[in-house]
Design a binder for this molecule. Structure first.
Ligand code: FAD
Length: 391
């Protein structure tokens, strides 16, 4: 009998396993991951201010890239350097750390789970494994109960022939042609000769046109004077949730008694689709409460998910303004306006900890989109998030 069975060895599942093992090395723990490695093929980034000291201590176990000289944003009407430190973790380093720090018997790769229940799981092939607590950290599932748009992106790891000379990340370069979406390019200088360049779209549909995005990354690199060899890359199609019936969504995930965490559990920043700060927070809560019976831990997480949904309502409203209140080519103005605001407000926004006065500051001032369109968008429902995008 396993004490804690985690299904899905992505960001949330892996962090949870590490946090539980660190707090309770005596507990029998296993992470069941369908893939060959933990974490898939991702690069996860976040602001240092997204994490509290306990979160920082958990993530300190991974080798990651850190930038402490701030970051830049570039728009047609403004360029700004912000002071916040930025961090990025590649899934290879994530995988290596889990293999190094977790007990061998906890690493269950190539183990696809076909059924989850409060008292155990069934693997593809039929083996049943009893467990005191079952934690569902599988991928986010498209759902007719959620509404919104899509974040579509392609990233490229480029090893440059000459040192590129970039000192800090460019988190948004929106000076590029908008191409029917809010489009920006994101660049991380991973090393003196290494750049990670990502072309990102806030788009109405989940279509990832690989050849068009690849060509546009070529063009961007050429304009920036970067030449070199492509050594890796990633693509993503993530839901940007702008509304929906969250209780119906959670019910659809399965019967009560299973702990539902990760992006699938609803623990996302609705506007950025990022999850790292919430995955870290949840991992620490599970570690603290790891001795609770499964049903109680599941109930605690049901409540955390409902609370998370309530406290992120503001970001869903902004998402509606982005997708429904502005023509695709004009969407960048919302972010350009946002990036004129004070930096502590921006930090709280990304950590999904905006105060009431932050929210008022974001919404008042010279509106970046026409007021009637904004009001219609705030009252509107948005499109259902049901398409499964090509990845
Ligand atoms: C390319 C890419 C880049 C991203 N960049 C960022 C970023 O910079 N910052 C950020 O915060 N977010 C980022 N995101 C969003 C990202 O989805 C989440 O932050 C994060 O990966 C979600 O974590 P998760 O553990 O919930 O799901 P995932 O990391 O997707 O992990 C789910 C895991 O479950 C496994 N699984 C699924 N079904 C089964 C099954 N039946 N049995 C066993 N295992 C199963 C999958 O193989 C997978 O490994 C990015 C997403 C993508 C796709």
């Amino acid at each position: 009998m396993i004490d804690i069975a985690i299904v899905g060895g992505g960001l949330a599942g892996g962090l949870t396993a590490l946090a539980v093992h660190r707090a309770h090395p005596d507990l029998r723990l296993a992470v069941f991951e369908a893939g060959e490695d933990f974490g898939g093929n991702h690069r996860w980034s976040w602001f240092a201010t997204d994490l509290d000291p306990d979160g920082e201590a958990l993530i300190a176990q991974f080798r990651k890239t850190e930038w402490d000289k701030g970051y830049e944003v570039l728009f047609p009407g403004q360029a700004r350097t912000l002071a916040s430190s930025y961090r990025s973790l590649g899934s290879r380093d994530f995988d290596a750390t889990l293999r190094r720090l977790l007990p061998q018997e906890a690493l269950r790769l190539r183990a696809r789970v076909s059924e989850l229940a409060p008292d155990g799981l069934t693997l593809d092939g039929g083996d049943h494994i009893p467990a005191r607590v079952v934690i569902d950290c599988r991928n986010v599932a498209p759902s007719p109960h959620l509404r919104g748009g899509w974040q579509v992106f392609m990233g490229r790891h480029l090893r440059t022939d000459a040192p590129h000379g970039m000192a800090r990340p460019i988190v948004m370069d929106a000076r590029v042609a908008q191409e029917g979406a809010y489009r920006f390019v994101y660049t991380l200088p991973l090393g003196a000769h290494d750049l990670f360049v990502e072309d990102t779209y806030y788009a109405d549909s989940p279509v990832l046109d690989r050849s068009a995005l690849s060509r546009r990354i070529d063009d961007y690199c050429e304009q920036m004077g970067w030449q070199g060899e492509i050594v890796g890359g990633e693509t993503g199609v993530l839901p940007v949730i702008t509304g929906g019936d969250f209780a119906a969504y959670r019910r659809e995930l399965g019967p009560p008694g299973v702990v539902r965490a990760g992006a699938r559990g609803g623990f996302v920043h609705p506007l950025t689709s990022y999850t790292l700060p919430f995955a870290v927070e949840n991992a620490l809560v599970i570690a603290r409460e790891a001795k609770l019976p499964g049903e109680q831990l599941a109930a605690l997480f049901e409540k955390r998910a409902q609370d998370h949904w309530k406290r992120t309502d503001f970001y869903r409203s902004l998402g509606r303004m982005l997708f429904q209140g502005a023509a695709p080519e004009e969407r960048y103005r919302i972010f350009e306006h946002f990036y004129r605001l004070p930096e502590p407000l921006i930090e709280r926004f990304y950590a999904a900890r905006s105060t009431l006065s932050d929210k008022a500051r974001v919404l008042i001032g010279k509106p970046p989109i026409p007021i009637p369109a904004a009001v219609r968008a705030l009252l509107g429902k948005g499109a259902p998030l049901v398409h499964e995008g090509p990845r």
